[in-house]
Design a protein around this ligand. Structure first.
Ligand code: ATP
Length: 421
């Protein structure tokens, strides 16, 4: 481990000003508590790559939880969430900033092969447990070595060479989630998987180790991949290396899906105001060719909530029916009636499949029709003597549809129609 002064300065230059301020606050507490603290993992990797990352992870060689309380007080943070069992805490400073604080573990005896370094106490152990060398870097937040890179496993070199490399031969066997993670990082950063690492990865897949990952962990990794910028790249890898097949034997990445996933990237900007969850849309695209019972099985495996199911399972089943109805819909009310009960994420799938005129109708629905406030409300009906009844809903729907179809119609005109009812 060797850090030149020039490199330290080069690194510090890449850290945004607000993060430097934050690190200084962390340093102050470290000094007071006489503990060593490091910023670790993904954020260090991304600083070197010059990519913004808001997930701040720090490791304390000492009492992580007590440190986190001090940090919360120092920063006037909103909240702290403590996990006693794992000796970790999350300091929620405000809605845009949260800091994960971990305690560096000290059970050296579990790892007889790697001797603790005297200088670096347990941080070496902590880094050794990481998935890839590119994620095994730590940045000193120490008052004497502030900004120095602690690099035990040549992570810096691998970032420079754009390579994903495991830290030891049993890495994928020890935690097969790393198989999915390898593809996630390879595709996100356009890195290649180093030759030997690739061999170990293939061995692990061939020997069925993917089956050992719990579904919540698969789900978690998938959510991140599908929400990333170009999910089709990672999915291509997952298909090529038989990982998708292990999720469900019928999930196949078709050319149509790839096209849709690519198009999704451009939709992102167009529909960004809708705050749609990209991973959900990408996930639904993956389900495109599956039958109802297969979709249900996957939704079960991923333990989606009832709400989620109602919203999306129903939608994907109704998708083709909605598209053919939409083609024939001319009046605003017909468009509204076709699309109203479908979640926006599913509407995006219909949009991808639809031709120009259907796409226009969907856009009209999302940006115009769905926002229109009904002129006639339930209270209006009650005021003219209606009693709440099943008929109610129908009358209100009729009034709204008329409102949608006759631009400029007034509430009085709508009410006079209702009174004649
Ligand atoms: P992202 O930017 O997608 O959040 P990240 O590298 O921060 O990427 P996380 O999944 O948030 O990824 O994990 C944070 C850190 O924890 C990683 O950088 C890595 O060092 C470590 N880590 C996460 N999962 C594993 C794993 N399965 N095995 C070993 N280390 C892991």
């Amino acid at each position: 481990r060797k850090v030149s002064k020039a490199m330290r300065e080069q690194l510090l230059d890449k850290i945004p000003k607000d993060l430097i301020d934050l690190l200084k606050a962390i340093e102050k507490i470290a000094k007071k508590r006489k503990e060593k603290v490091y910023m670790v993992g993904g954020i260090v990797r991304d600083i070197i790559l010059g990519i913004p990352n808001k997930d701040i992870d720090i490791v304390v060689e000492g009492e992580g939880i007590a440190f986190a309380w001090d940090l919360k007080n120092e920063l006037n943070g909103e909240k702290i969430v403590v996990h006693e069992k794992f000796k970790t805490a999350v300091v929620i400073v405000d809605k845009d900033l949260k800091i994960d604080v971990a305690t560096s573990r000290v059970e050296y005896y579990e790892y007889p092969t790697s001797l603790p370094s005297v200088d670096y106490g347990s941080i070496r152990e902590d880094m050794y447990r990481r998935d890839f060398t590119i994620n095994s870097l730590a940045l000193e937040v120490d008052y004497q070595k502030f900004g120095e890179l602690v690099d035990f496993f040549n992570g810096y070199r691998d970032i420079q060479n754009r390579e994903i490399r495991i830290l030891h031969n049993f890495s994928f066997v020890e935690d097969p989630t790393r198989i999915i993670r390898a593809f996630r990082f390879a595709s996100r950063y356009d890195f290649k998987i180093e030759e030997e690492t690739e061999r170990f990865l293939k061995d692990a897949v061939e020997n069925g180790f993917l089956k050992k990952i719990s579904w919540p962990r698969v789900k978690n990794e998938f959510k991140i991949i599908l929400g990333d910028k170009n999910p089709e790249k990672a999915l291509n890898f997952l298909e090529k290396y038989d990982v998708l097949k292990n999720i469900h034997h019928n999930i196949k990445l078709t050319e149509k899906m790839k096209k849709h996933l690519e198009e999704l990237n451009s939709l992102g900007e167009m529909f960004s105001q809708l705050k749609l969850k990209k991973w959900i849309m990408a996930f639904l695209i993956l389900m495109e060719d599956l039958k109802s019972d297969e979709i249900e099985l996957i939704f079960n495996k991923f333990s989606f909530s009832q709400d989620f199911r109602k919203k999306y399972e129903f939608g994907i089943k109704k998708r083709s029916e909605a598209l053919s109805k939409l083609k024939k819909a001319d009046k605003n009310s017909e468009i509204y009636d076709t699309l109203n009960e479908i979640s926006f994420e599913v509407l995006m799938l219909i949009y991808l499949e639809g031709k120009k005129s259907s796409r226009e109708k969907i856009r009209k629905f999302i940006f115009d029709l769905s926002k229109i406030k009904p002129l006639v409300t339930g209270a209006d009906l009650i005021s003219v003597g209606y009693k709440p009844s099943p008929e109610f809903r129908k009358i209100l729907e009729d009034a709204l549809y008329r409102q949608l179809d006759y631009k400029g119609i007034t509430k009085e005109q709508l009410m006079s129609n209702i009174n004649k009812f």
